[in-house]
Design a protein around this ligand. Structure first.
Ligand SMILES: Nc1ncnc2c1ncn2[C@@H]1O[C@H](COP(=O)(O)OP(=O)(O)OP(=O)(O)O)[C@@H](O)[C@H]1O
Ligand SMILES: [Mg+2]
Length: 602
């Protein structure tokens, strides 16, 4: 948890390459950016010109008594207000559009790439990290590049316009105001740093507190039996005390920042009043000029604070952008070669017309395999499976059973050696071809939120309701589905949370069956279910395996005994193989396993 919370306030150098990539993603909606920034420029210009008009009105109407001009001024003000209204409207509409479109593009690109990335990527990348990229990073980045970018252009240009107008109006007064700029910049940097620093500390403490909460709640029972309450309370009190200290510091700096900017602005106003007032008396300076300067000081100092804030946010957003780009550009370790994609299509567009029919002969040829970090799980592994054969794999935990099926599914690829399907290296055909012909029923069945019907249809996108019902009936799932008020429309909840494990399993069998895969992999559940469900599941397994090349990582005795061949695995090696009867007669490892473990079941 902590490692990605702390990354937030990195003080990275400006990196043009990252921003170029992000701007490239924004190209399709650059018109929104131009219109938004354009509106901001016009607003900044109006903000700078407005006091000049007032000055003219003061000098002409009040100073020279030229009341004939009054109607023109009124008309002019009305026009200005209308223009401002339109510009603010355009600003809001366009910034909103940029924000929505950018966060859509970022999430879409990242999601698309996640679909390509193999299991090995997820082995080394915590889900929390990915979630943070998809949510908070993409939000930060799209906020800053919409509202932030437009605010930035408005603030910067307003300061530039005002500086120019001040210099043109009265050089002496302008130089007095501008001489305070360095103090202003210094203060902004100082406070920004202090506030960021305090926030960083707060975040760190906060994640510690969340962790303590978690342990405190999860471990409540253990705490009570061990009488650790008092100790826990003390630790927690200390953590929250540190957090309070840093929170107060952050609030103090944030609170001091605004008044100190205001203080400088007041000094500026005072100086202008003093020197300008003197000039009015002595050198006949116009009142309007004095007014213009007081107005300019008011609107000059406001964007300074905003700019400091926006620039700091840009710096953080760059870190967000870097991480998002790394996710979007992450190259999958398992991916088809160019010529394979050319012939068979990629993961999204299949060229089914070029696909050979998959029969289901599989051969492991001198396969050696190791996970990213770790020892060799398989060494020179050889295994030949005929089309339609059912292989049961048994062995102790960690023996390599799941690894073998992961390799067949090409979730991982052999480190050395080859896997042949129908006599041909499976890397020479596309991932899409393999996965379209492959069904995998996981140990813990994974459903998606939606209805039961939707979940079965994931196996075959164009299945009719009739086909879905047929599949459910074949695996004996129809009984419990029909018993629900909403039948096939029943919503399963996130991940199928509203169904029991046995029900989820039956649905995932129906889903596998409707896809009619040539190769089927079953990581069998050990979870104990009632005898009725057990029978349904067994029937479902028999139906699903029928006529396909199947791998069953079997725990259920009934599944194992029915297999065409059983292989007994120990530390990545096949130590025995044969039918149930062969192996029983052998009186070796399988016999031991059988007598120790399975005999109880029967
Ligand atoms: N994603 C992974 N990254 C690194 N090592 C892994 C990974 N998955 C498995 N291993 C290692 O590979 C070896 C074989 O694991 P595998 O999952 O194939 O065992 P298994 O026979 O399926 O065990 P179980 O019956 O517990 O499911 C183990 O030593 C395990 O620690
Ligand atoms: Mg396993």
């Amino acid at each position: 948890m902590t490692h990605f919370e702390e990354e937030e306030y990195t003080e990275a150098k400006f990196d043009i390459e990252v921003w170029k990539k992000i701007f490239k993603l924004m190209a399709p909606f650059k018109n929104n950016i131009y219109l938004g920034v354009g509106a901001a420029i016009i607003l900044a210009l109006i903000d700078a010109v407005y006091p000049q008009i007032n000055k003219y009105a003061i000098d002409e109407i009040a100073g020279n008594g030229n009341t004939d001009l009054l109607p023109y001024f009124i008309g002019f003000y009305v026009v200005i207000m209308i223009v401002i209204g339109f510009m603010v409207f355009s600003f809001i509409i366009n910034a909103g559009n940029v924000q929505r479109k950018l966060s859509y593009v970022l999430r879409k690109k990242a999601f698309q790439n996640l679909q390509r990335l193999p299991f090995s990527y997820f082995d080394k990348t915590p889900v929390g990290w990915i979630m943070a990229r998809m949510t908070s990073d993409s939000r930060k980045l799209s906020d800053i590049l919409s509202w932030g970018l437009i605010d930035l252009s408005w603030g910067l240009l307003m300061m530039i316009f005002i500086t120019i107008f001040m210099l043109l109006t009265n050089l002496k007064l302008a130089l007095i105001v501008l001489s305070l700029m360095p103090i202003l910049i210094y203060l902004s940097i100082y406070f920004r740093k202090k506030i960021l620093h305090a926030y960083r500390k707060i975040r760190k403490e906060n994640s510690k507190i969340t962790g303590a909460f978690n342990e405190g709640i999860m471990g409540a029972k253990t705490t009570k039996t061990l009488v650790l309450e008092q100790q826990n309370y003390k630790d927690f009190d200390k953590l929250t005390g540190t957090m309070k200290h840093h929170s107060i510091r952050a609030a103090m700096f944030a609170g001091l920042y605004f008044p100190s900017i205001l203080f400088i602005a007041s000094i500026a106003t005072g100086l202008v009043m003093y020197y300008g007032g003197n000039d009015i008396l002595v050198h006949g300076l116009q009142f309007g000029t004095l007014y213009v300067f007081v107005a300019y000081i008011g609107s000059f100092f406001e964007p300074v604070m905003q700019l400091a804030n926006i620039l700091a946010r840009f710096q953080q957003a760059q870190a967000s952008a870097e991480r998002l780009i790394s996710l979007i550009e992450e190259e999958p370790e398992i991916w088809d070669d160019k010529d394979v994609i050319e012939k068979y299509g990629d993961a999204i567009t299949f060229k089914k017309e070029n696909w050979e029919e998959l029969h289901g002969d599989i051969e492991f040829k001198d396969v050696t395999f190791q996970y990213d970090k770790g020892e060799k799980v398989l060494t020179d592994f050889n295994l030949t499976i005929k089309q339609g054969e059912t292989i049961a794999i048994v062995g102790h935990t960690g023996a390599g059973k799941s690894t073998i099926v992961n390799l067949i599914c090409r979730f991982y690829e052999p480190t050395e050696g080859k896997i042949l399907i129908d006599g041909k290296d499976y890397k020479k055909r596309s991932l899409g071809w393999l996965h379209d012909n492959l069904g995998y029923v996981l140990q813990s069945p994974q459903l998606f939120s939606g209805s039961i019907e939707d979940n079965i249809r994931y196996g075959k996108k164009d299945a009719t309701l009739e086909e879905i019902k047929h599949a459910a009936k074949l695996v004996d799932a129809d009984k419990f589905i029909d018993s629900f008020d909403n039948g096939y429309d029943t919503i399963v909840g996130e991940g199928g949370a509203r169904l029991s494990v046995g029900q989820k399993q039956l649905i995932s069998f129906a889903r596998a069956l409707i896809a009619d895969p040539r190769i089927l992999v079953l990581d069998e559940a050990t979870s104990s279910v009632d005898t009725q469900t057990e029978k349904s599941l067994q029937r479902a397994i028999d139906v699903v395996l029928e006529g396909r090349t199947s791998f069953v990582i079997a725990h259920r005795l009934s599944t194992i005994t029915k297999a065409d061949r059983i292989i007994v695995l120990e530390r990545g090696k096949i130590i025995e193989s044969g039918t149930h009867l062969d192996l029983i007669n052998n009186k070796q490892k399988y016999y031991q396993l059988y007598t120790n473990q399975f005999i109880e079941e029967s």
